[in-house]
Structures are given as C-alpha cells and as structure tokens.
Write a protein that binds this ligand. Structure first.
Ligand SMILES: CC(=O)N[C@H]1[C@@H](OP(=O)(O)OP(=O)(O)OC[C@H]2O[C@@H](n3ccc(=O)[nH]c3=O)[C@H](O)[C@@H]2O)O[C@H](CO)[C@@H](O)[C@@H]1O[C@H](C)C(=O)N[C@@H](C)C(=O)N[C@H](CCC(=O)O)C(=O)O
Ligand SMILES: Nc1ncnc2c1ncn2[C@@H]1O[C@H](COP(=O)(O)OP(=O)(O)OP(=O)(O)O)[C@@H](O)[C@H]1O
Ligand SMILES: N[C@H](CCC[C@H](N)C(=O)O)C(=O)O
Ligand SMILES: [Mg+2]
Length: 494
C-alpha cells in the first residue's frame, strides 16, 4: 500500500506519498524490508530509541510523535521517511485499519472490570444460533464454532487485531463480539474498528498499578462510548450498575441509541428471578412482549452477563424472541464457574477465573447456595499486576468461604512468597501452600459430601508464568489428578 493511502489523515512529506509500504509494526524486532515502524512511548521503553535498529532492518518510514522528528532526523539515513503526528498510537491503529481493511459486517464490543469474556462468548453463541458465522475475540483468543485459537492479551495490539479482523472477514465471519480492556482502550488498540454496538458490564477494583486513579480507569473504559462507537451505534447497559450513569450520559450527549437491561432496564427488564436446579428462571418484560427464560447457569452475575449479551445481539438487528430462546442453550465460557470434578466422597470442584475482589465475592456467592456442606476456595494473585487487590482478595475469600488455601497464581517477575503474604494479610486464617498442584490436592482431600471447592484465578489458562517462563499448568488437569490420586489412595487403603 502507498504511504499516502496508509496515512490518509496525516501530512506526508513531499515526494513520499507513493512510497510502497509492505507491513506495519511498533516492534523494531519485527521489522522486515519495506515496513513502516511506529516509534511509541511505552511503559518501559521509548520506541524512538529503536528507530535506528528498525531502519537497519529495512524500515522505509517511521511514524513518531511530532516532537521526536527533529531528534530522529539526524540519526537516520536520508531515505527513511519520518512521519510526525499528534498521537502515534492512534495513527498506528488507523493505519492498521486501512492496511488490513476487511472487518466482519457486525462488530460489537464489551468493556468492564468483570464479565467481558463471558459477554463476548455469550454474544457469539447467540449470533451463531441465528445462523450467522460468528466469532468472539478476547482473553480466550479467537473463538468460533470450529474451536479456539491462541489468546495472548485480552485486546491484542492494533496491528495484530486488525490483521485478525481482516482474516475473519475473509473467512466469511459476519458477526464478531470483542473484549475491550482498559489497557487496550487507553493505548488506542481498538481505534479504527467499525462498531455497531458497545456494552458496559461493571467497574470494580483492578489495574490500579496502571491507572493512577479509579477516575482514570473509568475514563479509559468510557473511551469505548465517547470515541469509538460511531453515531448511529447502540450503547447497552444496566442502569442499576455503579457508574452506568456516566455511560448513559455519554450516550445521551452524543445522541447514541440506548438499550437498557436489568431490573431497571427498558428493553430487557428483569421482573423476576428464581433458582432452578443448576440454573435460573428469568422473567422479562420487553417491548416485544413478556418472556420466561431458563438460563442454564448459576450466579446473579451470569444473569447480568446474559442480558448484556442479549442486548448486544438485539442492538445488532436480531429479533428479541430468538435471542432470548438462545439464552436457554448458552454455555458458560471455559473456566468461568466451570464444573471440574466430583470426589468419591461427594464433594464438587469448580474452576473459576476470579482474580479480582469483586469477581471472587460474586463467584463464592453464586456457589454458596449449592454447598450443603462447606465452601472452600483456593486463591492466589498474579505478579506484575495491581498489588492493592491482593489483600482485598484474601479478605473476600475469608469472608465468603469456610476454608481458604492461599497459593501461587502467575508470579511473573515477582517473589511469589511476597504475593502470598499480601493475600494472607486479608485472610489470616488461611492455609498457605505455595505449590499450586499441592494446594489443589489438599483442597480436594478436605472435601466431604455436600462440600464445594472453588479453584480460583486461572480459569482456562494452560500455563503458569514463573519469571519469564510459561510452565505447563491447568487447574482442570490438576483437579483431575488430585481426584484420581485420592481415589487410588482410598482403594489401596492408604
Ligand atoms: C503495560 C502494557 O499494557 N504494555 C503494552 C504496551 O507495551 P508498551 O508500549 O508499554 O511497551 P514498552 O516495553 O514500554 O516498549 C515501548 C515500545 O518500544 C518497542 N520496542 C521495545 C523493545 C525493542 O527492542 N524494540 C522495540 O521496538 C515496543 O514494541 C513498544 O512499542 O503495548 C504493547 C503492544 O500493544 C503490549 O504488548 C504491552 O502489553 C504487555 C505485554 C502487557 O502485559 N499488557 C497487559 C497488562 C495488558 O495489556 N492487559 C490487558 C488487560 C487484561 C484484562 O484485565 O482484561 C489486556 O488487554 O490483555
Ligand atoms: N458480570 C460480572 N460481575 C462480577 N463478576 C463477574 C461477572 N462476570 C464474571 N465475573 C467473575 O469474573 C471472572 C472473570 O469473568 P470473565 O472472564 O467473563 O471477565 P473478564 O472481564 O473478561 O476478565 P479479564 O479482564 O480478566 O479478562 C469470572 O470467573 C467470575 O468469577
Ligand atoms: N487479563 C488479566 C489476567 C489475569 C489472570 C490471573 N491468572 C493473573 O495472572 O493475574 C490480567 O492481565 O490482569
Ligand atoms: Mg476477559
């Protein structure tokens, strides 16, 4: 693609417009001959410091902040075109959207502290049930009816994201639901995505290592509604959620369509809710009539997630009746309150991805009614992530469970003992078992008939990040092994 097409909204230096660009990247290590390299200021490094390496690797153009142009000019060969701009992250994303131009016809996005993966997955399943070739994209990677692709970040970098949207569209995927993380929104990873509708789930404690204040965290999330959703788009929200008023006022100020769900919602108004076996029966008032829906999932929060997903599907043009019928066959996202095993003694083990205080409270509250005996939980906290949430997670676990085991999650570059210590501050009565597999074994050993054990924090993950190595680890596998070991010990009378 020619530089002038790629940089349609920027001033391209004289004579450089016809320069052919063969690819884009913000990582000098990924540059190939003919590439444009975007020099971005990051959390750890300044990309401008890698411009010389990028040029040596074959970059023919460099996108950078306007005030970096003069400094870089002297360091680079004359032939390398320097493209200064106000906001290089935004410009890179818009370029990526032009370079990888195809997108599914309908793209919806969801943001919030918890529930993004679940809402994106439910929305995909509803789209699919209406006969549309569909995908979801987020923490689980790309999920389609054919299976799951590799996942890294919740919201991929803009070049990777637009490449994936282009691939999906070429693969005839017409409907896509994607997760918008606060990091992704703040870093303009989603700019250039053509959205039909956007939803807000909730805002609780997370990522206070990255966002200086809750207001800053909320502001990042609100970008989805303020900057990314175009005029004519629909905002889906439960007005009863904390901070929903901020989302609604943006929708009103910008004249966006508003679709509200939940007890005080108008389009999908929840008028009744009762448990039924391992599910819940919802009664709903809608402009298309009243419905009774049996949701095959437990937990009040899954009701919110299901209604938000239904709202996104309706905002995308699907009919209310079939959308609500589709909820009756919805499957929970992998690793979210997922049944993982049953011990011979009659205890149940559930794997859940709660790794923030609110999520943990909600997951344990959802399980409590099903525990005729004790409710136990295994928790840890990730390294290189918001340290302030650790003690609060410990506290939530101690308050809501009958026994707590504190173990390692993904320590990353941190000392795992110090992470556990912070969690234990909130749960002084907990047992500490560093090794996650051993913690799960011990949790399983504790189970008697009617007890439930919730293994929290890692959900669908298949690795444990220790330092910069990813060691194979799956909570589901560890649970299966612990149950099998216990059974063979019982058989041999050990
Ligand atoms: C803190 C954070 O979000 N960092 C993201 C950010 O990196 P950065 O720009 O700050 O990186 P940096 O290391 O400071 O480097 C600055 C620039 O120099 C470049 N560089 C660096 C070294 C080199 O040799 N050459 C080179 O060109 C880098 O490519 C980068 O462009 O932009 C990168 C590209 O988009 C992301 O990969 C990276 O995610 C890191 C790996 C990460 O761990 N992010 C997590 C916290 C994250 O984003 N999580 C969210 C939230 C999850 C949720 O709760 O839902 C997610 O969406 O997954
Ligand atoms: N609407 C909700 N409100 C509160 N907690 C929720 C909600 N939905 C899910 N949870 C809890 O949060 C955990 C993570 O859910 P999910 O993966 O859907 O959220 P997410 O926003 O995608 O999280 P992440 O940002 O880590 O990707 C679940 O396992 C559950 O414990
Ligand atoms: N998307 C989340 C994943 C956290 C998963 C948890 N197991 C941990 O490592 O903290 C994050 O990047 O904060
Ligand atoms: Mg997610």
């Amino acid at each position: 693609m020619q530089l002038q097409q790629l940089a349609a909204d920027l001033t391209v230096p004289d004579g450089a417009g016809s320069l052919a660009i063969s690819g884009l990247t913000a990582d000098s290590r990924q540059v190939l001959p003919g590439f444009l390299f975007a020099a971005l200021k990051g959390v750890h490094a300044d990309g401008a410091g890698f411009a010389v390496q990028a040029a040596a690797a074959g970059a023919v153009a460099i996108l950078c902040a306007q005030d970096a142009v003069a400094g870089l000019r002297g360091q680079l060969p004359e032939t390398v075109v320097l493209l200064g701009c106000e906001d290089p992250r935004r410009s890179l994303a818009l370029m990526a959207a032009r370079f990888h131009a195809a997108q599914p016809q309908v793209v919806v996005a969801v943001t919030g502290t918890s529930g993004k993966t679940s809402v994106a997955e439910f929305t995909r399943q509803i789209f699919q049930s209406a006969g549309h070739k569909s995908a979801s994209l987020g923490t689980l990677g790309t999920v389609t009816a054919d299976g799951q692709g590799y996942g890294g970040l919740t919201t991929p970098d803009p070049v990777g994201l637009h490449k994936e949207l282009d691939r999906l569209a070429r693969d005839h995927v017409t409907h896509l639901a994607l997760e918008a993380s606060s990091h992704g929104l703040d870093q303009h990873r989603l700019d250039g995505v053509r959205l039909t509708a956007a939803a807000f789930t909730n805002l609780g404690r997370d990522h206070m290592d990255y966002h200086p204040t809750v207001e800053d965290y909320l502001t990042a999330k609100l970008r989805l509604f303020r900057d990314l959703l175009p005029k004519g788009g629909t905002v889906v929200v439960d007005p009863g959620e904390k901070y929903a008023d901020r989302v609604i006022s943006i929708a009103q100020d910008r004249g966006l369509q508003l679709l509200t769900v939940g007890e005080t919602g108008k389009t999908l108004k929840l008028t009744g809710l009762r448990p039924s076996g391992f599910g819940q029966v919802l009664t709903l008032e809608t402009p298309r009539g009243n419905y009774t829906v049996t949701l095959p999932l437990i937990g009040r929060f899954q009701v919110s997630n299901a209604l938000t997903a239904a709202g996104l599907a309706i905002a995308s043009g699907l009919d209310t009746g079939p959308v609500l019928r589709a909820l009756e066959n919805i499957k929970g996202a992998p690793g979210r309150l997922e049944f993982s095993g049953k011990t011979k003694s009659g205890g149940l083990v559930v794997v859940d991805y709660a790794h923030k205080p609110d999520a943990l409270e909600n997951a344990l509250a959802a399980l409590r009614p099903f525990a005729s005996g004790r409710l136990g939980v295994i928790i840890g906290a990730g390294g290189d992530r918001d340290p302030g949430k650790r003690q609060l997670m410990g506290k939530a676990a101690q308050e809501r469970a009958d026994f707590v085991i504190v173990t390692d999650d993904n320590p990353r570059s941190e000392d795992p003992a110090l992470i556990r210590k912070a969690v234990l501050k909130g749960a002084p009565a907990a047992r500490e078992i560093a090794d996650r597999a051993e913690a799960i074994r011990e949790g399983v050993r504790q189970l008697k008939a009617g007890d439930i054990l919730c293994v929290a924090g890692k959900g669908h993950e298949t690795g444990q990040i220790v330092g910069n190595r990813v060691l194979p680890f799956s909570d589901h596998d560890a649970v299966a092994e612990a149950i099998a070991e216990q059974e063979s010990a019982m058989e041999t009378g050990a």
